[in-house]
Design a binder for this molecule. Structure first.
Ligand SMILES: [Cu+2]
Length: 113
C-alpha cells in the first residue's frame, strides 16, 4: 500500500468520509484507536465514539482520531469492499518526526499573524 496518510502521534486527524458506489452501506473501520463521529458530517449532531461507523450510500461522516503509539495502521471498509481491496494505511509518526517539525513551523507562523 503506497502513500500512507501521515499523522504525528497524539495529533488530531480528521477525516470526511463519504459512502459512494454500488453498495448500500460502508462500515468504515480504523485500527488501533477509538474515533469520534459526527453522523452525516453534520456538526449539529451529537458526536459519539466508535471503532466502526456505518456510512450509508450518499451519506457522510466526520471522523476525528488520535493515535498514541507510532506505527503503521490499517483503515478500511468492512465486507465485500474489503475483500476487493478497499484497504489503506496510516503511518503514525513520532513527535520528533520531520512532519511534526513542519506542523510546528506552520502553527508558529499562524500564531504570529
Ligand atoms: Cu480492520
Amino acid at each position: 500500500m503506497d502513500n500512507p496518510i501521515q499523522v504525528v502521534e497524539g495529533e488530531l486527524a480528521s477525516f470526511y468520509v463519504m459512502g459512494v458506489g454500488g453498495v448500500l452501506q460502508s462500515p468504515f473501520h480504523v485500527h488501533s484507536t477509538i474515533f469520534k463521529v459526527w453522523q452525516s458530517g453534520i456538526l449539529w449532531n451529537e458526536p459519539h465514539y466508535a471503532q466502526t461507523h456505518l456510512v450509508g450510500n450518499g451519506d457522510t461522516a466526520i471522523i476525528e482520531a488520535t493515535w498514541d503509539t507510532p506505527g503503521r495502521y490499517l483503515f478500511h471498509v468492512h465486507g465485500i469492499q474489503e475483500e476487493r481491496g478497499s484497504m489503506a494505511v496510516l503511518d503514525i509518526l513520532e513527535k520528533d518526526s520531520k512532519l511534526a517539525s513542519i506542523e510546528n513551523q506552520v502553527t508558529a507562523h499562524e500564531a504570529s499573524q
